[in-house]
Design a protein. Structure first.
Length: 152
């Protein structure tokens, strides 16, 4: 029956089912390979992204730009005073990673770690561990209580 359908002009359906997932998976595998293989230079090999991923990246860039603009407007109206409130503010603005918070606020590792532990103990922040291609990724999110505390 499958061969009969392929002969009747339905072969393009099978191509779609196999090529679309490959177009999404191959660039991710290439990125992972490039991270693991330090001898390959940036300019030596660049993966070809599908149009869908290019649109998604441009959408994410636009979204982050809009988020930055809105956060700048909010920062001008209210500026947190303590380091704890600054960290909570970064979490509410969408910064999810420890390193990004550290760079943005210029805080040393131990101090930021202590602040994040305090925020988690107070119920103002939650830690989510996600499994991905490159291992476990830890993301930080504000809770509703943390959102209310920062904006009131």
């Amino acid at each position: 029956m499958i061969l009969g359908m392929a002969e009747q002009g339905f072969m393009w359906i099978y191509l779609i089912f196999f090529l679309i997932p490959l177009a999404r998976i191959i660039p991710r595998l290439v990125k992972k390979w490039r991270k693991g293989n330090k001898t390959v230079s940036e300019n030596q090999f660049t993966p070809n992204y599908s149009r869908i991923e290019q649109r998604q990246e441009s959408f994410e860039r636009q979204e982050s730009f809009e988020r930055q603009e809105s956060s700048q407007r909010q920062e001008s109206s209210q500026r947190p005073q303590t380091k704890e409130m600054q960290v909570l503010g970064e979490l509410n603005k969408g910064v999810k990673e420890f390193n990004k918070i550290q760079k943005k606020l210029d805080i040393d590792n131990q101090k930021l770690e202590n602040i994040l532990k305090d925020l988690e103990e107070q119920g103002l922040m939650k830690v989510i561990k996600k499994k991905g291609f490159s291992g476990i990724k830890i993301e930080l999110y504000p809770t509703d209580k943390g959102f209310k505390r920062y904006y009131t």
